[in-house]
Design a binder for this molecule. Structure first.
Ligand code: BG6
Length: 465
């Protein structure tokens, strides 16, 4: 008996990214992660870097076959800027890079897996960082559009679903505010705000370029990591802190992408504090005509906030920081994934879905990532080498039940992509936490379907559970 049936043609799929599956292997240029690993390998778990990652560069054909074999009808990966482009200033294409992505896309089609192709997944070319400060510089925005155009021209005949950027918020957050991705700055709030603006603008400009390329039957969206802000109490102060956190971390990308404007309250606050971004002439029109066809939402954990009562941490005191308006709140009832340290709160899936429905009526969207990373999964391996990851099945079911409820109430969600299909490299955590439906033995690179892989196969076949 199917208790939770999903809409017709629902995407049951998974997501990954170029840097995390193909890695650095055979590339002519370094991105910031490749560079960071060369410079400081010790900051990566067990000193495992992005060099070959999960060997997708050579194993893509069998990997896609395996993806299909567990019932997935769609899969997202990303094209690496540093693989496809030889000259970032002119957009000149690298022949080997183009040949690889051509073969990859053909393999998607051969195996009957819908390709969803993303253009940027935390992979800033080192040269552009050194020359223009990466996303801090306006110039990077236009160079990114050159790269995107090259990809549309090369692959637009076969790829119909495109996404511009994965989790733009992570760039300013991780690199400029809280120091967990290269260049590891902390408390550089004003620059972070400029980066947020430039990423949103890059997305709008890329969408306009996509329209100009006239890709038959093509649609384009953006992938946002949404962390709804839940407040410690209903007091006015806490609610104000929650509204600010929502605007800063979620609506700053949601609103321009889906409605073509930045949240007015956020703009006002940043202006008052003297840290509003430098805008480009005529950009309102660019945002208005650069809205998405669909939205992808990565949801892992919520944000819990309260009005700031404690002093700012020392490292955030030198410049403006968004943290002046809130502090993290430690909810006593929280459920935590101890390996990743993220709260597990499935109800947020419902809240996100309803918020999209109410704020951007009629906008189609899908869950572009959701998942649970677990360390030491070998502990759960049975005598046949199959990881019995019931915890992952439970995690997915709980989130899907809330998603189902929102769909019943009219939210236009058309798919669910797990993070991820097969275990892949995860930035600084490397292979510490495993997320896949399919395990990867790092030594032999052998792939084995986990219990959750068999579960999703059944779920996809039944279009529900
Ligand atoms: C998302 C990213 O934030 O979460 C992925 O899009 C990432 O690139 C995934 O791997 C899981 O997070 P992490 O940090 O555990 O790898």
């Amino acid at each position: 008996m199917i208790q939770y049936a999903f809409p017709k043609n629902f995407w049951w799929g998974a997501a990954s990214s170029g840097p995390q599956t193909e890695g650095f292997f055979n590339k002519a240029h370094l991105n910031l992660m490749d560079y960071w690993f060369k410079k400081e390998p010790e900051v990566f778990f067990n000193r495992v870097g992005p060099d070959r990652a999960s060997e997708f560069f050579t194993r893509y054909d069998e990997d896609l076959k395996l993806i299909k074999s567990i019932g997935l009808n769609s899969f997202r990966t990303s094209i690496q800027w540093t693989r496809l482009i030889d000259d970032f200033e002119t957009g000149k294409v690298n022949k080997e890079g183009a040949a690889f992505y051509n073969k990859l896309i053909d393999a998607f089609l051969k195996h009957g897996v819908l390709p969803v192709i993303n253009l940027y997944h935390f992979d800033m070319p080192l040269e552009l960082f050194q020359k223009y400060g990466g996303w801090s510089g306006e110039k990077t925005v236009d160079l990114f559009v050159l790269f995107a155009r090259a990809a549309f021209k090369l692959f637009g005949d076969r790829v119909k679903y495109w996404t511009v950027i994965n989790e733009p918020m992570v760039q300013p957050e991780a690199g400029w505010l809280y120091g967990f991705h290269y260049p590891n700055y902390k408390g550089k709030g004003a620059e972070a705000v400029q980066i947020m603006h430039n990423l949103a603008l890059a997305s709008a400009k890329t969408i306009r370029a996509f329209r100009e390329e006239n890709i038959k039957g093509g649609e384009i969206g953006v992938i946002l990591n949404l962390t709804p802000a839940y407040t410690a109490s209903d007091s006015d102060e806490d609610k104000k802190a929650g509204a600010f956190a929502d605007d800063f971390f979620n609506n700053s990308f949601l609103d321009p992408a889906c409605a073509g404007v930045f949240p007015p309250a956020l703009v006002e606050t940043l202006k008052k504090d003297g840290v509003l971004w430098k805008a480009q002439d005529g950009e309102n029109e660019i945002f208005q005509s650069g809205k998405v066809d669909f939205l992808g939402v990565n949801y892992y954990h919520p944000k819990r906030v309260a009005a700031r009562k404690s002093p700012l941490p020392q490292e955030l005191r030198s410049e403006w920081t968004p943290d002046v308006y809130f502090e993290e709140y430690d909810w006593p009832q929280k459920r935590i994934n101890p390996y990743r340290g993220w709260e597990i709160y499935p109800k947020a899936m419902y809240d996100i879905a309803i918020n999209i429905k109410n704020k951007y009526p009629g906008l189609p969207w899908y869950v572009s990532e959701n998942g649970m990373g677990v360390e030491g999964e070998e502990r759960f391996m049975d005598e046949n080498g199959v990881i019995q990851d019931d915890y992952r099945i439970d995690f997915y079911k709980e989130h899907l039940i809330y998603l189902h409820k929102a769909i019943e109430e009219g939210s236009k969600c058309f798919g669910f992509h797990a993070w991820t299909a097969f275990d892949c490299w995860s930035w600084n955590n490397a292979y510490k936490n495993r997320y896949g439906y399919i395990s990867v033995d790092l030594e032999s690179q052998k792939r084995t379907i986990k219990k959750s892989g068999w579960w999703i196969k059944e779920t996809a076949k039944n279009n529900g559970f």
